[in-house]
Design a protein around this ligand. Structure first.
Ligand code: ACO
Length: 333
């Protein structure tokens, strides 16, 4: 913790990085596992391929590689990091926090570390927290990571879910930036009444792991896709509007729309509702599938690499996911 430091004028992204596993799993591979087709998956979701992590890698391994890339980009060493927040659905273990393992891997001895379990919105939740803590003068350099090895919770007997998810990690280093730059607004929300849209029933305190829970396949991801779709479009539009309003901007000011990459049709439907043409929507779901809390930082890094984020660009980030939890942020690059 930093004491006595002045409160910064604004908080922004000092460095950005990602890591994607080498193994590419295309839709034709899925055709050999479940009764599906490349045509169905592409038409309904926009997904063409996703990555699956190597057997020896867990969430903290992917998270560490993304964090190292972000730190190198920011020019920040392990001793400079004050706090590590790791957003994830599936950590290495139930506890300790995956962020603690990342802290060890990085040698970031000074850093506090904890996880945010906010589903696909976890990274935006973590961004909002880190922004607030830096703005309050509590910390100066915060690693905000989104990392997932979702392939480990896929039910390969359920074609409606196993084709959707993939593994990846993305990270940013947040810190003080000059007034008018960085995160201009951030906004979060949740409707816990909708928790049954997406969940993993087994292994927690309600249904502890047992032979029975394993036999009933309760340790796999479950989802009501159609209902999730309907709510996703609505909450993403509303959250985007709130974040833009709080930033004092309109849709016309947005250079790049970076939504959670779950389904191309959802992204385009939100874009249409907001009045954003497809050309301004960042799409990575075709190559990575839904990587949950990693999806937005990965999309940001891909956007930057493609020259779609330049100094001064305004990016609108918006997510939705299990909870049902959502979040949005407006960032001036
Ligand atoms: N291949 C072929 N057919 C399939 C597949 C598949 N992989 N999956 C489902 N189907 C079939 C269904 O069985 C159904 O057949 P039926 O009509 O004979 O019963 C038919 O396709 C239509 O099924 P729907 O579920 O109605 O299809 P829909 O058009 O809604 O698309 C999808 C399904 C892609 C899941 C969509 O609803 C969606 O994307 N929802 C949002 C999911 C999401 O974004 N989740 C994010 C959170 S993930 C997280 O939190 C980690």
């Amino acid at each position: 913790m930093v004491t006595g430091d002045p409160r910064p004028d604004a908080v922004g992204i000092l460095g950005l990085g990602m890591y994607a596993p080498e193994r590419v799993v295309d839709n034709h591979w899925m055709e050999g596992i479940v009764d599906t087709s490349d045509e169905w998956i592409v038409t309904r979701t926009g997904i063409r391929e996703r990555r699956f992590a190597a057997a020896e890698d867990a969430t903290s391994d992917l998270a560490t590689r993304a964090a190292q890339a972000a730190m190198a980009d920011a020019g920040v060493g392990p001793e400079d990091v004050d706090l590590i927040i790791c957003a994830r659905v599936i950590g290495d273990m139930m506890f300790p926090a995956t962020a603690a393992l990342v802290q060890r891997n990085l040698g970031a001895r000074r850093a506090a570390a904890y996880d945010v379990v906010g589903g696909c919105s976890g990274w935006v939740y973590a961004l909002h927290q880190a922004r607030g803590m830096i703005a309050a003068g509590l910390y100066r350099r915060v690693l905000v990571i989104g990392a997932e090895v979702l392939s480990r919770i896929l039910d390969f007997q359920d074609r409606s879910t196993c084709v959707l998810l993939g593994d990846a990690a993305g990270a940013v280093v947040l810190g003080p930036v000059p007034q008018g730059q960085g995160i201009l607004s951030s906004h979060l929300g949740c409707d816990g009444n909708l928790w049954e849209l997406m969940y993993l029933p087994g292994g927690g305190s309600r249904r502890p792991a047992s032979h029975e829970t394993v036999e009933q396949r309760l340790h796999y991801f479950r989802m009501n896709g159609r209902e999730t779709y309907r709510h996703a479009v609505q909450v993403m539009e509303e959250a985007s509007q709130v974040a833009l309003r709080e930033a004092g901007l309109t849709v016309a000011d947005v250079d790049l729309f970076v939504p959670h990459q779950a389904n191309l049709r959802i992204m385009q439907a939100v874009g249409r509702r907001l009045g954003l043409d497809d050309a301004r929507i960042m799409v990575t779901v075709d190559r990575y599938g839904n990587t949950s809390s990693a999806s937005i930082p990965v999309a940001l890094e891909e956007a930057r690499a493609a020259g779609r984020l330049e100094r001064g660009s305004v990016a609108l980030l918006v997510s939705f996911g299990t909870g049902l939890a959502w979040g949005a942020a407006v960032v001036r690059w």
